[in-house]
Structure formats: structure tokens, C-alpha cells
Design a protein around this ligand. Structure first.
Ligand code: PLP
Length: 457
């Protein structure tokens, strides 16, 4: 029998990490460098200065510094909503009748309802320090836009958010939250940019995509003096900031004398996953432990499980640098039937490299199964999960059921990235049995692959 542990474990402020952990420092094979799309040469730090602020460009390129100090101002901001609790899912375990011990790290305790504030505040801090006037970004479901709105309000920075049009229409209240924090929210594609106008001309009824919103935000940033662009996932710097999730989890588990056999995270662009797994992956890379590490993605946007590991654009408009990653092609747009988030066509280069080298597994799940898990979790644990987070819940439940069958008392840790209050359209379609799971055919995927630039020979 395992000793009874508290339902919710919070670290004290003194125990909170004072440094982020840079996983790249321990990777034997580093992620491939980004390429300049014009010359196909590896980017230099200075090449990034027109797009990102300088300190973030430095973090983006830094493959060697293992620990990076979290500036005190950011530590103080973190203390407004962190540490986030590590929760033992006793009720879920009981319902599943499993010998497994299920822990989850809950990142939904702030207005963005997600982990995204961890990086938003860092990016706003460095922008302010550099004396910038404002930032631009894109948002899909709205969590990143909300997080960055909170951060920009705190530092008195202007913010323009390009919001994927389907989400803008499905989640009007998300827009109002961002506006409450002072952001300007524009549905994407829009006529406010050249790239947006071109996309609209070709397809006036498009619901937009994250890749397209990124193109617009980048164009706006590089054409507006004193502005820079920020991204809420995929980039090395974002995974660095999100390492706070894994570092806190590891300290809390140590206090309980626990170590996970399996670490599970949902994967959109790969930032929460990269953050949650960071210190456990460090143990794996350095031979200290060998937890299974599992990335969960939707079958409708299967970048890891069915994508290609090649150089590709990070956006639909092909204005960003090229990154080597698992990708479905930058013009891939998931079916409008897909309501469950995690819609990005690519995957963080760090996660892509680790997956390619065999350090992590990937599973693709159907959205009706995801919502089934979401509803079960909500009833047992009283938290209404974001559909994105429910991908991780699904696989945690499946692993716990396997433990019931084999009698093994494994320790499972998963990331509960956020809450789903703005996803009631999706919940409603699940509850009314009208939700469909769309699985792209090989021909559908081929259309995306055919647009990938021919860089990898
Ligand atoms: C953005 C988001 C995700 C997916 O993004 P990653 O960069 O893959 O972490 C997952 N869950 C929630 C709640 C989100 O807001």
C-alpha cells in the first residue's frame, strides 16, 4: 500500500524554482537550426532581432546553458498564480478501479485558463526591458492571446492579436476577455495585412488557421516601428519558460517519494509537453531514470504520428524561418469538424528531435474518445478540462486501465493544461451526440506534404 498523500500538494514560495531548465543542454543531438528562407543558411542570432526581442533571440539560439535564471520580476509575477498544484486523482483512480497512482499538474488557475501565462509574462518582460512599444501575436482557441493580454497589461505594452476566424466566431467571449486587458483583437485572415488579403482573395470563406494568423502577426510586427512578434508555443524559448511546470512537478513528487513511470502531455505545438517532461527527460538523457514519455495528439491533426520530419515553414504565408520538425505541411488546416484544439501543422523542433531519436512516444486519439475522458474526469475530479488537456487525460485513463488488467501499480503523471469554460460549443456537440471524428486520408495529407519546400535532399 502506498502511503496516503495529500490530494493537492503546493510548494511553498521558497521551494519554487529560481531557474528555468534548458533541455537542449542535455540533448546529445541538438534540434536542427532554423534556416533563413531566402538563403537557406542557418539563422544567426542577429537575424532574429527584427522579429523577436534580443534576449529572447539569445534564448532561442542557446543550446548549451543548462540553467537560466528567472528574473526576479518574473518570479514575483509567477507568485501571483503559482506554484500550481500537483493533484492526486484519487476519485478517478477509484472509478477506474486501478492500482495505478495518477497525478496531474494543474495549470488552469489563472485567467488565461492555461499554462500559457508562464511564457507570456517572460516574453512581455524582455520586450519591456528592451524599451519596445508593443507586440503582435496570433491565437487559436484564445488561451495564448488571453495570457499575453494579461502580460502586456501588466507591462503597459500595446498588443494586437490575430485570432483564427473560426475561434473568433465560436468564442466571442474570449475576445472580450482580451479586450478587457486592453488588447486589439482582429479575426484572421483579415485585410489589415498583405498576406491576409491574399489568402482572403483566394478563399473568402476560409475559417483561417494558426499558420495564417502567424503570417499576419509577423507581417504586422516587422512593418510597425517599436513592435516585435511573439509566439506562444513551438519555439525553443517557449519550451524553456514552460520548464517551470516540470521542475515544480518533480520537486513535489520528490516530497512524496514518488517518481513517474509514465509522463503524459498533450501536444499542439509542444510547449506544455516540452515543459512538463523537461526534468524527467533530463534523467532519461543522462541515464538516471527511464520513464516512458508520451505525447498525445488528435487524429485529425497528426503531426507526430503521420507527419514528416523535414524543414518547413512555421506559417501558412511562408514568411517565417524554416524549422526542421514533424509537419503536415504549412497549408494543412484540420477539418472544421475538429473542435478539440491542438490544430497546429508542425511540432516544436525540440520535441521533434527527441521523438525522431526515440526518446518519446506519440499517440493519436479520436475526439469523441477525448470528450468521453473529459466528461469522466470532470465528474470525478470537479475540474472542467480544456479539450486540449483532455487528450492527455484520455491516455492517462487508458494507461490506468492497462494497469487494472496487469495488476501493476504504476505512477502516472499527466499535464492538465487548462480549463474548458470557453469550449461549450464543443462540449455541447459531444453531449448531443453530433460530434464527429475526422481522420484525414492519405490523399488529404499528401496535399499538405506537396507544399513542403524541397530543402531536405
Ligand atoms: C495552447 C494549449 C495547449 C497546446 O499547446 P502546446 O504548445 O502544445 O502546449 C494545450 N492545452 C491548453 C489548455 C492550451 O491552451
Amino acid at each position: 500500500m502506498s502511503k496516503k498523500v495529500p490530494h493537492r500538494l503546493y510548494l511553498s514560495e521558497e521551494q519554487m524554482p529560481k531557474q528555468w531548465y534548458n533541455l537542449r543542454a542535455d540533448m546529445p543531438n541538438k534540434p536542427e537550426p532554423m534556416l533563413n528562407p531566402a538563403t537557406l543558411e542557418p539563422l544567426k542570432e542577429e537575424d532574429l532581432y527584427p522579429i523577436f526581442c534580443e534576449e529572447l533571440a539569445r534564448q532561442e539560439m542557446d543550446n548549451t546553458t543548462r540553467y537560466i535564471d528567472i528574473p526576479e520580476e518574473i518570479q514575483d509575477f509567477y507568485k501571483m498564480y503559482r506554484p500550481s498544484p500537483l493533484i492526486r486523482a484519487y476519485n478517478l483512480e477509484k472509478t477506474l478501479n486501478t492500482p495505478a497512482k495518477i497525478y496531474y499538474k494543474f495549470e488552469g488557475n489563472n485567467t488565461s485558463g492555461s499554462h500559457k501565462l508562464n511564457s507570456a509574462i517572460a516574453q512581455a518582460y524582455y520586450a519591456k526591458k528592451q524599451g519596445l512599444k508593443g507586440l503582435t501575436t496570433e491565437t487559436g482557441a484564445g488561451q495564448w492571446g488571453t495570457a499575453l493580454s494579461e502580460a502586456c497589461a501588466y507591462y503597459n505594452l500595446d498588443l494586437t492579436v490575430y485570432m483564427v476566424k473560426v475561434s473568433y466566431e465560436q468564442k466571442p467571449f474570449r475576445k472580450t476577455v482580451m479586450e478587457t486587458f486592453g488588447a486589439q483583437v482582429i479575426p484572421s485572415p483579415s485585410n489589415t495585412t498583405k498576406v491576409g488579403s491574399e489568402i482572403l482573395e483566394k478563399d473568402p470563406n476560409t475559417g483561417g488557421s494558426l499558420g495564417c494568423a502567424i503570417s499576419e502577426a509577423v507581417e504586422k510586427a516587422v512593418t510597425t516601428p517599436g513592435y516585435r512578434y511573439v509566439l506562444g508555443s513551438v519555439l525553443n524559448q517557449v519550451l524553456l519558460h514552460q520548464s517551470i511546470i516540470g521542475l515544480e512537478s518533480k520537486i513535489a513528487l520528490e516530497m512524496l517519494d514518488e517518481y513517474p513511470d509514465i509522463v503524459i502531455g498533450c501536444a499542439g505545438g509542444g510547449s506544455n509537453l516540452g515543459g512538463l517532461i523537461a526534468p524527467f527527460m533530463q534523467d532519461k538523457l543522462t541515464g538516471k531514470a527511464s520513464p516512458r514519455i508520451v505525447a498525445v495528439e488528435p487524429v485529425s491533426c497528426p503531426s507526430l504520428t503521420r507527419g514528416r520530419y523535414v524543414y518547413d515553414f512555421c506559417d501558412t504565408g511562408k514568411v517565417t524561418p524554416l524549422a526542421k520538425m514533424y509537419t503536415l505541411g504549412s497549408n494543412f488546416i484540420p477539418s472544421p469538424d475538429h473542435a478539440g484544439g491542438l490544430r497546429y501543422h508542425g511540432m516544436a523542433p525540440i520535441i521533434s528531435k527527441l521523438y525522431h531519436d526515440g526518446y518519446l512516444e506519440a499517440v493519436a486519439v479520436e475526439q469523441t474518445k477525448v470528450f468521453e475522458a473529459a466528461v469522466m474526469f470532470a465528474k470525478q475530479e470537479t475540474i472542467l478540462p480544456a479539450p486540449e488537456s483532455a487528450h492527455a487525460i484520455r491516455v492517462a485513463i487508458d494507461e490506468a486501465i492497462k494497469c487494472r488488467e496487469t495488476g501493476e501499480a504504476k505512477t502516472i503523471l499527466f499535464g492538465l493544461t487548462g480549463t474548458g469554460y470557453f469550449d461549450m460549443t464543443a462540449y455541447n456537440s459531444y453531449l448531443s451526440n453530433t460530434m464527429k471524428t475526422y481522420i484525414p486520408s492519405d490523399e488529404d495529407l499528401e496535399r499538405g506534404f506537396s507544399q513542403i519546400p524541397k530543402v531536405d535532399l
